[in-house]
Ligand binder design. Sequence first.
Ligand code: ZN
Ligand code: ZN
Length: 235
Amino acid sequence: MEAEKILEFFFPNHCPICDRALLPGERICKACAKIPRKVKPPFCEKCGKHVKEAGSSFCFDCRRIPRTFDRGYSLYEYASVHDSVFAYKTLGRPEYGRYYGRKMAEAYASFIRQTNADAIIPIPLHKDRLRTRGYNQAAILAKEISDYTKVPLLENFLIRPNRTSNQKKLGRGQRQNNMKKAFHIAKNDVKLRTVIIVDDIYTTGSTIGAAAAVLRSVGVEHIYFLTLATGRGYL
Ligand SMILES: [Zn+2]
Ligand SMILES: [Zn+2]
């Protein structure tokens, strides 16, 4: 711990919200800690989004779209952490992920325990993107969750052999097509019954859905997911 503090003195962590250099041991500014807004219940029983319509167990998207995952949750409303998530991915701030991963682990510790998961699997990046970015933002979140809950982290099981075009500008059908062949299983020598997929953002569910479909195809029975933030779906 002391060595870590000395290191942080010379190489300070930065606040995930305002990017200010923090004091050793700090992970976020006091004022900034109040900025990320948690998704409020009631939660969609599939994707964990806030359900607005009274009396419904599922959000608009999950009522229409068959899901390949069992269920999942997102911790924050994307709008409240949008700039921070963008900086996390583009400015080279892996410490943001360590802070957020810990928050996810604390928030979902009992859910994770209940799932009895064999492994935590981060959504992989294509190797070119990994090289330019230097780290996989989902893998840092997943590692923190794994360290906290002791559920083994399984990296490089799911891989992304092809570059997929940016999902943002695509409609629903195009997104699903774009993602269809996005993931492969690298080595199928581990028998997994239950897994938790981890990613940074959940929007329409097409990324998590495509990963879940590939995992199902190799016999994984129960597939859950956790993401840091959830944005608007097709609505
Ligand atoms: Zn701050
Ligand atoms: Zn839903």
